[in-house]
Design a protein around this ligand. Structure first.
Ligand SMILES: NC(=O)C1=CN([C@@H]2O[C@H](COP(=O)(O)OP(=O)(O)OC[C@H]3O[C@@H](n4cnc5c(N)ncnc54)[C@H](O)[C@@H]3O)[C@@H](O)[C@H]2O)C=CC1
Ligand SMILES: O=C([O-])C1=[NH+]CCC1
Length: 314
């Protein structure tokens, strides 16, 4: 049973087998609900271990999870490094190991970068579906890297925005992203101009201090706060954190890892899984923040999706 060597699934093959983040929505919605159901939900997921690579301002995260509903066992190894002008390497690199949960044998080694990009955008889309104002016309993305692209692709597929705005710390990078995607994107020179009147805002930067301020945000807007995954890093200011209904992927992780949550002292209203289960109301009429840190079980769901498609000969 354990003798077959593991398969290696490259980034190109993950992209081919998982062409759209939206394919993950049913599996991720179920996994988020199961996670928030506690032990009865059958998700085993410890807080990730994050090791510092101090001389290089880098981090290595180890993210294991088992999902009984999916009967899938995996761990992701993800490195993320603060921006350095001299490095051509992507800021985030990842590998997912998928095991046979029945015997512990390693079945697949998958490139984790595409999985991370797509599952994160899919989870933001799940939160947005529940929390965005109705109607929602203007989407604003702050950041122009890997996650900015995956969020642009998922959100323009799933929602009917009439305008998409983009801001990045270096405008050139925003212009490059805007010209490489299919649709019309307005590149803005300041965060304030970009978010003014926006219905849905996505923050996907490597910022370590707030870039988005509550006074600029339209009441009732929904924000997906995806960056700032260290306890001393910020993307959102205290005013925005404290005046919004705050939804997180994992309470435990938010209280241990999110500078926006810890340093603002904002109260967590619910986990996304609780909104999905209906045990907490979504409140789309209010200003809402979904603080995403990324969960191992999301990678488990995505890796199993890709491995099953690969095994089926697709
Ligand atoms: N919540 C989740 O599940 C996940 C969150 N992330 C986080 O999302 C964020 C974006 O990740 P990627 O797109 O992969 O990174 P990336 O390196 O591809 O893009 C980062 C973007 O942030 C900008 N940036 C860099 N330093 C900045 C600063 N000090 N202020 C404002 N902008 C700055 C860069 O110009 C670039 O456009 C990161 O914070 C990352 O850790 C990444 C993966 C999963
Ligand atoms: O979930 C994830 O893979 C990550 N979250 C923050 C950095 C990487």
């Amino acid at each position: 049973m354990s003798s077959a060597p593991p398969v290696f699934i490259s980034a190109a093959d993950v992209e081919r087998l998982l062409p759209r983040a939206s394919l993950l929505l049913p599996g991720l919605e179920a996994a988020l609900s199961n996670f928030s159901a506690g032990p009865a939900g059958g998700v085993e997921q410890p807080l990730r271990a994050v090791l510092r690579v101090r001389p290089y301002r880098g981090f290595l995260g180890v993210m294991p999870a088992y999902s009984a509903a999916d009967d899938a066992l995996s761990t992701k190894l993800v490195t993320f490094y603060e921006p350095r002008g001299d490095s051509a390497a992507p800021s985030h690199q990842a590998t997912v190991l998928l095991f046979d949960p029945r015997c512990g044998a390693l079945r697949a080694v998958l490139d984790g970068a595409v999985i991370t990009a797509k599952r994160t955008a899919a989870v933001s889309a799940i939160a947005t579906k529940l929390l965005m104002p109705r109607p929602a016309a203007v989407l604003c993305i702050l950041g122009a890297g890997v996650q900015a692209r995956s969020h642009y692709e998922a959100f323009t597929e799933l929602f009917d925005f009439t305008e998409v705005r983009l801001w990045n710390r270096t405008e050139q990078r925003a212009l490059q992203l805007a010209s490489s995607v299919g649709g019309a994107v307005r590149v803005c020179g300041t965060v304030r101009d970009a978010v003014c009147g926006a219905d849905v805002i996505v923050t996907v930067t490597m910022a370590t201090a707030p870039i988005l301020f509550g006074e600029w945000v339209k009441p009732g807007a929904h924000i997906n706060a995806v960056g700032a995954s260290r306890p001393d890093w910020r993307e959102l200011d205290d005013a925005l954190m404290k005046s919004s209904v705050l939804v997180v992927d994992s309470r435990e992780a938010a209280l241990a890892e999110s500078g926006d949550v810890i340093l603002s002292g904002a109260e967590i209203f619910a986990e996304l899984g609780e909104l999905l289960k209906g045990t907490k109301p979504a409140q789309p009429e209010k200003t809402t923040v979904f603080k995403s840190l990324g969960m191992a079980v999301e990678d488990t769901v995505a890796a199993k999706f890709v491995y099953d498609a690969w095994s089926a000969g697709n």
